[in-house]
Design a protein around this ligand. Structure first.
Ligand code: FAD
Length: 414
């Protein structure tokens, strides 16, 4: 009798479309471009993925961490995955496939020669600061969203500017929604996209600390910019941002999350924070600053150094309340790129100007750095940090590695 031919089994890497919030983190992290997306789903190319796991820790929802044992020649194609609304169930393997592989490693999903590339290191840490509190994630999903009530919605940028940014307060009533500063939530906008599918969730950073926008209340706040132009400056109507900015008091919204397990603040006393942000990237900085402000009397706070960029003062969200904070509590550096009568300045320019203060804080292992805002700021900020450390004769490559390893350098850009 003929023996069955051996069949190559692949532990196929898949993304759960029901949990994925389309934040693009995985696609950006993948060192070999195995992840791609269309307007429906984020998907993993089985011919490229080598199971290196680089994309797994940064994923805020865990939707990336899904695997199916399949016969290699029958692996789910990109086309299959792009059409999914949910993950397929695990199918039994044919007997000839033999024992199931145990780990997702390169021997299970060998990379074709053309796909082998040197992984580029992510700019930030994939671990939280050692003393961060344990975050809850994915308590509410697309299938089980929670309803929150709008208890406040007002504009926090000058009415005469094009930048329409809103401070929106959501109340969760009796339902648990535990969060930490630096986490985000997903909003499910009502309605459907051009293909008739329900709109996917959009992610928004928390602007309030863990104990609520109003201390002791089960509420939180968001900082939402109304999108009226796309990234190329062409007119566009952002589905979710417009929906949120137009909400009235007592309206309800569908919320999923919370998300995020690395961009978290340290809990240990005397931790210093360097916060670098633009526009709505100020949301997590507001949350962390407010956490510090509420415990100002304890005397346990470390130093806060803020670099905040916008075109003009009137386009800086929360400008008024920010400027009222005591100067010995927070060191504020505003970078304005289009303020009349002033030279253009960006956050990276101010980091260079304040090199001595930045270096002093970086020398302290109790310092964490947070960067949030426009995607384009990452390179400029890293260059500035490299420059200020190298001026002092330090090796940025080594320091950068230490900051990432110790969960002390975090990026959230979009
Ligand atoms: P869409 O309908 O999705 O897009 C409409 C058009 O605008 C498209 O062409 C799209 O490419 C373009 N576009 C999408 N986003 C932007 C943008 N931000 N600026 C310019 N053009 C855009 N947004 C906030 O306002 N506040 C936050 O605190 C915040 N936190 C985020 C945190 C994370 C981790 C991530 C990944 C994103 C965050 N965002 C935040 C962005 C937010 O999730 C949405 O992408 C944004 O509100 C646009 O959604 P929309 O439905 O209005 O636009």
């Amino acid at each position: 009798m003929n023996a069955a031919l051996p069949v190559e089994v692949l532990k196929q890497h898949l993304i759960d479309p029901e949990i994925c919030i389309r934040c693009n983190t995985c696609e950006e992290t993948c060192p070999i471009d195995a992840i791609t997306h269309d307007s429906n789903n984020y998907v993993v190319d089985p011919d490229i993925c080598n199971g290196c796991m680089a994309c797994v820790p940064p994923c805020p929802t865990g939707s990336i961490d899904n695997w199916r044992l399949v016969v290699r020649t029958e692996a789910y194609s990109l086309q299959d995955q792009l059409g999914w609304d949910e993950l397929p169930r695990e199918q039994p393997l044919p007997e000839a496939a033999g024992a199931a592989p145990a780990e997702a490693d390169a021997t299970l999903a060998p990379a074709p020669a053309a796909a082998v590339a040197i992984p580029s290191a992510a700019p930030g840490a994939s671990v939280p600061p050692w003393s961060a509190a344990h975050p809850y994630v994915n308590l509410y999903t697309h299938k089980t969203p929670v309803t929150a009530t709008v208890v406040g919605n007002y504009r926090v940028t000058g009415a005469d500017t094009d930048s329409d940014i809103h401070h929106i307060v959501l109340d969760f009533g009796e339902l648990p929604f535990p969060v930490l500063e630096g986490q985000s939530i997903g909003i499910l906008p009502p309605g459907a996209d051009a293909q008739g599918r329900p709109h996917h969730a959009r992610q928004y950073s928390l602007a309030s600390p863990r104990d609520g926008e109003r201390a002791g209340y089960n509420n939180l706040s968001l900082t939402v910019k109304r999108v009226t132009e796309d990234h190329q400056g062409q007119s566009a109507h952002g589905v979710c941002s417009n929906y949120l900015c137009d909400l009235a008091k007592n309206d309800t919204v569908q919320v999923i999350g919370p998300f995020g397990h690395t961009f978290l603040m340290p809990n240990h006393p005397r931790a210093n924070l360097i916060m670098i942000c633009t526009g709505t990237g100020s949301a997590p900085m507001r949350a962390m600053t407010e956490r510090y402000r509420r415990r100002i009397e304890t005397g346990e706070n470390g130093r806060l150094l803020l670099f905040f960029g916008a075109r003009t003062e009137r386009e800086l969200p929360y400008f008024g309340p920010l400027m009222k904070l005591p100067r010995d509590f927070i060191d504020i550096n505003l970078a304005l790129s289009r303020e009349a009568g002033q030279p253009k300045r960006y956050v990276q320019d101010l980091i260079r100007e304040r090199a001595a203060a930045v270096r002093e804080l970086l020398a302290d292992r109790n310092t964490c750095i947070y960067v949030c805002g426009l995607k384009g700021m990452e390179v400029g900020v890293l260059d500035a940090l490299r420059e200020v450390t190298m001026q002092a004769g330090q090796d940025w490559t080594i320091l950068h590695d230490v900051l990432r390893r110790e969960g002390r350098l975090h990026f959230e850009t979009y």
